[in-house]
Every structure is written in structure tokens, then in C-alpha cells.
Design a protein around this ligand. Structure first.
Ligand SMILES: Nc1nc(=O)c2c([nH]1)NC[C@@H]1CN(c3ccc(C(=O)N[C@@H](CCC(=O)O)C(=O)O)cc3)C=[N+]21
Length: 284
């Protein structure tokens, strides 16, 4: 058996078509959804991601501004820029590309973003709302994963969902979203005693550990849905956290890397920016 490959590019494109219409509608109401991205330093991967965000935003008719700061910028200057963007009524979404240089306190920066403009949904207020089930924004990568599951009509209610990885950006929030849909959720990590025994129980397996080809086919329950969130760049090539060739023999559905979760992340970021613009409009 060979799994059906979940085409994240295609799903993302479909959603972007809807978003483009929403942007056009908002523009006729005099509101141009506007995303501001802050890039500190010149890490090549970050530069690529930021220009992809800018390009995709423009493709659906959205406004985008990229603020580029040198790697030795002071924390104070960065916080000042965020303050200006918070106060700028024409900006609806603010994203600070992570990781930041070590001399800058990441938490302090995230905490300074207006929660209403926090399209990454990393601010503690938005994290708290997600935990309480009253969210304003859904964090981009987890939101994208839910859309991918939806695209294959994946049943979630009552299923065993196993998450490998407990990051604030993916592992923790995706666990909450799956729990909201009544999955039985287990979160595994580096101290998990028998990882294979856990992953083999998964009807839905989400892997976000940042270790190339960490999960192999023999760790997967036959017929499972496998979502690979890994983006490991090795000698210029993008490698997932799942060993694709062996995994696709066990799984019923699987996401590739590239072309799986990645394209969804950016699309959901644009979705959140449109949501922010709509919420702003309703406050006026
Ligand atoms: N504040 C913040 N928010 C983020 O959402 C954020 C961040 N910082 N820092 C870095 C990570 C990583 N990330 C990705 C986005 C798109 C792809 C993506 O589109 N990947 C393509 C391939 C792109 C390529 O070839 O390089 C794919 O998987 O098909 C991957 C990774 C967002 N991140």
C-alpha cells in the first residue's frame, strides 16, 4: 500500500483564492488589509521566508511592509518600531520573524505586540485565549495542519492523536486544537520512554521535532494520517522529520516536505491578517 499524498500547495492555493476575494471585498469598504513583517539580521532562511510572505501577501492583493533591521539593532529600537506599528491604524497585522539575535529578549518582543495585531498568535493573551477555547487568532502552522486534515475529511472525534514535539509554536497549540475536536491527545518529547509504542497507537500522527527523518515507517500504525512539520535544511535540501519513503508504505495519508505544511503556514498568516483587519473595522 502507498499513502495518498496530501498536496499542501494545492490546498493553500484554494484557500488563497477565497482570501483574495475577501481582500477585494474589504477594499471596496475602504480597508486594505496590511501585514507588517520585521526582519532582524540577514539569516538566509529568514530572508527567504520573509520575502515569500511578502510575495504571497501581494499576490492576493494585500498590503505588506517589510522592516529590515541590522543584526546589531538594540532591543530598545526594535521595541520602538513595534510601538509605532501598534499605533499605526493602517497596519492590521505585525509579525516579528524568529529567531531573533541572542542579545534581544524574544519574550519581551512578543509581549510588546498589540494582541489584536498579533497574527502569529504568540502573545500570552492570545495563547491564553487558545487554551480557554476562546481564540481570536489561531497560530499559523497549527491552523494550517487543521485545514490539511479537513481537506482529506479526516475524522478527528474520538481518534488517537499523537504529537511528537512540544514547542510553543507547533506541538502545544496543535494539541489544543485537536483536543477541541475531541481527539484523545498524547504529547511526546525527548524524555518519552517508549516513543515507538506511542506513535504506533496514533490514528493521527503530527511530527514537529526538528530532527531529519526522525520518525520511520515502522513507528507508524497502518492506515494512520501522518503530518510532517519538519523543515530541516541539509546541504541546501529541505528534509522533513519523517522518513517519507518508509512512512508512505504504512500511512493512509501523508504530507510531503516541501509542499505539505509549509505553504499552509503562510496562507494562514494572511488569513489571520484579514481577520485582524475585519476586527479593526468592526471596532471603528
Ligand atoms: N514569527 C515567525 N512566524 C513564523 O511563522 C515563522 C517564523 N517566525 N520563523 C521561521 C518559521 C518557519 N516558517 C515557515 C514558513 C513557510 C514555510 C514554507 O513555505 N516552506 C515550503 C518550502 C520553502 C523552501 O523551499 O524553502 C514548503 O514546505 O513547501 C516553511 C517554514 C515560518 N516560521
Amino acid at each position: 500500500m502507498s499513502a495518498q499524498i496530501i498536496d499542501g500547495k494545492k490546498v493553500a492555493k484554494g484557500i488563497r483564492g477565497d482570501l483574495k476575494e475577501e481582500v477585494a471585498k474589504l477594499k471596496t469598504d475602504g480597508i486594505a488589509p496590511h501585514l507588517a513583517v520585521i526582519l532582524v539580521g540577514d539569516d538566509p532562511a529568514s530572508k527567504t521566508y520573509v520575502s515569500m510572505k511578502e510575495k504571497t501577501a501581494n499576490k492576493i492583493g494585500m498590503e505588506s511592509t517589510v522592516k529590515r533591521l541590522p543584526s546589531d539593532v538594540s532591543e530598545e529600537e526594535l521595541l520602538q518600531l513595534i510601538k509605532e506599528l501598534n499605533e499605526n491604524d493602517s497596519v492590521h497585522g505585525i509579525l516579528v520573524q524568529l529567531p531573533l539575535p541572542h542579545h534581544i529578549n524574544e519574550n519581551k518582543v512578543i509581549n510588546s505586540i498589540d494582541p489584536d495585531k498579533d497574527v502569529d498568535s504568540f502573545h500570552p493573551i492570545n495563547v491564553g485565549n487558545l487554551v480557554a477555547g476562546k481564540k481570536k487568532f489561531t497560530p499559523c502552522t497549527p491552523a494550517g495542519i487543521m485545514k490539511l486534515l479537513e481537506s482529506i475529511n479526516c475524522e478527528i472525534n474520538g481518534k488517537n492523536a499523537v504529537i511528537v514535539g512540544r514547542s510553543n509554536i507547533v506541538g502545544k497549540p496543535i494539541s489544543l486544537l485537536l483536543l477541541e475536536q475531541n481527539a484523545t491527545v498524547s504529547i511526546c518529547h525527548s524524555r518519552t520512554k517508549d516513543l515507538s509504542a506511542m506513535t504506533k497507537e496514533a490514528d493521527i500522527l503530527i511530527v514537529a521535532v526538528g530532527k531529519p527523518e526522525f520518525v520511520t515507517g515502522k513507528m507508524i500504525k497502518p492506515g494512520a494520517v501522518v503530518i510532517d512539520v519538519g523543515v530541516n535544511r541539509i546541504e541546501g535540501e529541505l528534509i522533513g522529520d519523517v522518513e517519507f519513503d518508509s512512512a508512505k508504505e504504512a500511512a493512509s495519508h501523508i504530507t510531503p516536505v516541501p509542499g505539505g505544511v509549509g505553504p499552509m503556514t503562510i496562507t494562514m498568516l494572511l488569513n489571520n491578517t484579514i481577520e485582524a483587519a475585519k476586527a479593526w473595522k468592526n471596532k471603528q
